[in-house]
Design a protein around this ligand. Structure first.
Ligand SMILES: *Cc1c(COP(=O)(O)O)cnc(C)c1O
Ligand SMILES: [Zn+2]
Length: 433
């Protein structure tokens, strides 16, 4: 198979070998996409092959990414790195459905990944590409989950990981992971977008492979979230797939996956994508509301959902294409809506991190607005694990959640722990009351 990098700009479409270490088109600066000939097997054989691999004990067959390798741009799997990512559950959530005004809703929970977020699906491929290129060091700038994931996959592959995070702005669980997996970690006193520019310079100068969400091989791995979701549904597309939008790499990946699945006849219609952003970091929402053009970055993105606190999302052109191709929509939600939606997901016994809960908050808005009808079949992607951000949870339930600028957030489902004396009568009274 001859995979190539192709410029995403319609007016350019320049092609480059997959072995070139480039992240943008050298000719026009556009985003790059990996292009490769479609598998020669018919849809029914692909379905059968992927199903049979679930019975196999071979590591690559057991991976929820590499099991679908016919749709990944590698022809030799000697560089594949797996921690058995993917294989995440599709969980029905009737209580969350009712809260949002739907008859039914299921969560595709990417928090069940090895490092607790969907970044593992992409990183598995990104690190495989680093090995194919013979790189020894990998780096990323991250709001947290990318660094946790890259640190783990780099460690598994024997590569040195360099992690750059905005100082004081990432959830503690994620920083802890990067440290534990052995990444050299730099807490930079700047915001995400500024650090990204810095790391691009460093990568160039020091010959480090960049594994940010701009990396097209990560996008390839993230396609498998949608492939697996559709397989779990017997290849019946839902009416809607809802996901949070930060850097928009996942939106880009979902768009590419759906395009490829439709092209191969694995699905017979397109689900609509709904991308949800936090109010204080919603440049993509604004772009789509204006009907396109160029994305206007948000200079000071603000949200407690740190995984989507991105003012200048790199993958917006691909994400815009994904919205167009799927007749999709983009919505934005307030901090209090995210916080309450998260608590409702918790009450389902499921739980997720704040950015993930933007999906449920967004669904509720879209149902209210009449865009999603109550009887429609909706799948929301929960992007990260509940325990990524325990500090947020504790503050929510103690009614101490506040915006970064200090504004109090009114919450509806606080479950505050009680401090009590060691006294059976008093406690029995409290329980009865
Ligand atoms: C990275 C991340 C996002 C945002 O995804 P993008 O691809 O950057 O849009 C959302 N939620 C979680 C938990 C993440 O880790
Ligand atoms: Zn180009």
């Amino acid at each position: 198979m001859a995979a190539e990098l192709v410029c995403f700009e319609p007016s350019c479409r320049a092609r480059y070998p997959v072995t070139d270490i480039i992240y943008n088109c050298p000719r026009c600066g556009g985003l790059l996409e990996v292009d490769f000939p479609p598998p020669s097997l018919p849809a029914s054989s692909l379905r059968e092959l992927w199903r049979c691999r679930r019975l196999s004990d071979a590591p690559l067959d057991r991976s929820g990414v590499w099991r679908f390798r016919e749709l990944l741009p590698f022809d030799d799997y000697s560089h594949a790195v797996t921690l058995l990512e993917g294989n995440t559950p599709l969980l029905p959530a009737p209580r969350a459905a009712r809260w949002a005004g739907l008859e039914r809703l299921a969560f595709k929970h990417q928090g069940f990944n090895p490092t607790g977020s969907f970044k593992d699906n992409g990183m598995s491929c990104g690190v495989a590409q680093a090995l194919r290129l013979g790189m020894r060091r990998v780096a990323c700038v991250s709001t947290g989950n990318t660094s946790a994931s890259m640190a783990a996959y780099a460690a598994a592959a024997g590569l040195q990981a360099l992690v750059f995070v905005p100082h004081g702005q990432i959830a503690f669980g994620k920083l802890a992971q990067a440290l534990e997996y052995g990444a050299r970690t730099f807490q930079v006193e700047a915001n995400f977008d500024q650090i990204l520019a810095l790391v691009r310079v460093l990568a160039e100068r020091l010959g480090i492979y960049l594994l940010n969400s701009i990396n097209p091989f990560r996008i390839e791995g993230q396609k498998t979230i949608v492939i697996e979701l559709l397989e779990q549904r017997g290849w019946r597309p839902p009416d809607w797939i809802v996901l949070p939008g930060g850097n928009l790499g996942n939106t880009a990946a979902f768009g590419k996956a759906l395009r490829e699945l439709a092209g191969l006849g694995l699905i017979d219609r397109m689900p609509r994508l709904a991308v949800i952003q936090a109010e204080g970091a919603a440049p993509f929402y604004e772009l789509v509301r204006r009907g396109g053009g160029r994305l206007q970055p948000v200079a000071k993105p603000e949200t407690l959902a740190t995984a989507i606190r991105i003012g200048d999302p790199v993958s917006w052109p691909k994400a815009l294409e994904a919205i167009r191709a799927t007749d999709g929509v983009v919505e934005k939600v307030a901090e209090a809506e995210i916080a309450d939606a998260k608590a409702v997901i918790g009450q389902c016994g499921i739980g997720c991190e704040p950015a993930s809960a933007a999906t449920l908050a967004g669904i509720r808005r879209l149902v209210d607005a009449g865009l999603i009808r109550p009887g429609e079949d909706v799948v929301a992607v929960l992007t990260g694990h509940l325990l990524k951000d325990p500090d947020y949870i504790y503050r929510y339930h103690c009614r101490k959640l506040a915006t970064p600028s200090g504004g109090a957030i009114e919450v509806s489902y606080a479950n505050q722990p009680l401090v009590v004396p060691c006294d059976a009568d008093r406690i029995a009274g409290l329980i009865a009351g």
